[in-house]
Write a protein of this length. Structure first.
Length: 395
């Protein structure tokens, strides 16, 4: 087996690795011995040749995604050990410990010490999403380790990385089944049933990260008229109906998403007359709506995927929230979120503060929300805390 290439860092650029941050940026590299192939393992040393870390090399701003620090090797036992640790967390503290929940994230990239790898579980199907070519090169080791987990029912393993990996020199990357060929199924989340299509749906098929926030909304829903904006598969709508909402309106710009919302509502509340769905642009709907709502959910897609567009994203959040704050009924509850990793918690809060001030309403913060236990964040990698949310009461 070929020895990993060595990257040497510039003087002073080793401090983030000594604080266990799992990324090495290209601008920190002084020189590279024996240019590595993309996705290959590399050793990262300081400018005095002390080994600091080993990780996957990739061209671009993030040059190395770190797998181990110091002398710890990336050997044949590495993959099974890291994956078993992730599974242990979900079984002991997370949703895998519950009989009423069959939908959860099994591996959360840096949060589980496996940067570049996502694995989402849907009632017997496990969907992999890779964000680095290094993880793709280790697909077989990863698949083997996943299939050997004790207590995990697994009939389908699907690699959905076609749209998350960089393309180099005409390289062809296609989504494919590793085992089984089931493309969709129904799973439960706190007893609520959802149809998930991991081949054709958004992300890996479902927005798992909002599970606890959906459950919180259920507690506020009784008797309220609810608007679920950017509804996708109707998760918040299902919980609102289950919580006794008087009316739930689901809005999404995608007709396909609205169709899935209707199916999930029917799975959980067959024949209900308390739900309506609309295919419409969110900003247009908020501007033109004449229905007054007591509870509004704003869960938009990421407005900023890169730092260079953060200012535009913050303006978008302000505009969206201001319109909802202006239209919501007195005493109403607003659940508002950002899933943009590039937008910090403080930036999002300031954007909502500006929207509140512009609306002229009295606004109180009831909850500050984040992602659940199956989306853990490494304390050394604050960038992993991508989901931010606020629950507001508006007088």
């Amino acid at each position: 087996m070929k020895e990993p290439a060595t990257l040497v860092l510039k003087s002073g650029k080793d401090q983030s690795l000594r604080r266990y941050h799992p990324w090495v940026f290209s601008g920190a590299i002084k020189k590279i011995y024996d240019q590595p192939d993309e996705g290959a393992l590399v050793r990262v040393c300081d400018n005095k040749d002390e080994l600091l870390a080993t990780g996957h090399y990739q061209e671009g701003s993030i040059a190395v995604r770190v797998l181990t620090f110091g002398e710890e090797p990336v050997d044949e036992g590495f993959w099974s050990d890291r994956i078993r640790r992730a599974w242990k967390l979900r079984r002991e503290l997370g949703p895998a410990s519950r009989e009423d929940t069959q939908i959860f994230r099994l591996i959360n990239a840096e949060g589980d010490g496996l940067p570049g790898l996502i694995a989402d579980y849907y009632n017997g199907a496990l969907v992999l999403q890779m964000h680095s070519l290094g993880m793709l090169r280790n697909l077989q080791e990863i698949a083997d380790a996943l299939q050997q987990l004790d207590g995990l029912h697994l009939d389908t393993l699907y690699n959905r990385s076609e749209n998350t990996l960089p393309r180099r020199d005409g390289q062809v990357i296609t989504d494919h089944f590793i085992t089984g060929e089931r493309s969709s199924g129904v799973g439960t989340e706190y007893g609520a049933r959802f149809r998930v299509n991991w081949v054709g749906g958004q992300k890996t098929g479902f927005f798992i990260d909002q599970r606890e926030n959906r459950a919180l909304l259920e507690r506020y829903a009784e008797g309220r008229r609810v608007l679920n904006m950017f509804g996708f598969s109707g998760g918040f709508s299902v919980y609102a109906l289950r919580g006794g909402a008087a009316l739930v309106d689901s809005v999404d710009s995608s007709a396909r998403a609205i169709e899935l919302t209707r199916e999930n509502v029917e799975l959980n509340t067959p024949g209900t007359t308390r739900h309506r769905s609309f295919t419409a642009d969110a900003f247009t709907y908020l501007e033109e709506m004449n229905q007054e709502y007591d509870l509004i959910v704003l869960d938009p897609p990421a407005f900023a995927k890169h730092q260079r567009v953060v200012n535009n994203a913050l303006q978008g959040y302000k505009r969206l929230n201001q319109k909802a704050l202006e239209k919501i009924a007195p005493g109403g509850i607003l659940f508002t979120f950002s899933c943009s990793q590039a937008v910090s918690r403080e930036q999002f809060r300031k954007s909502v503060f500006a929207a509140s001030a512009n609306s002229g309403r009295r606004v109180q913060v009831l909850h500050q929300l984040t992602q659940p236990v199956d989306h853990p964040v490494s304390i050394y990698h604050p960038e992993g805390e991508y989901l931010k949310g606020l629950v507001l009461r508006v007088e």
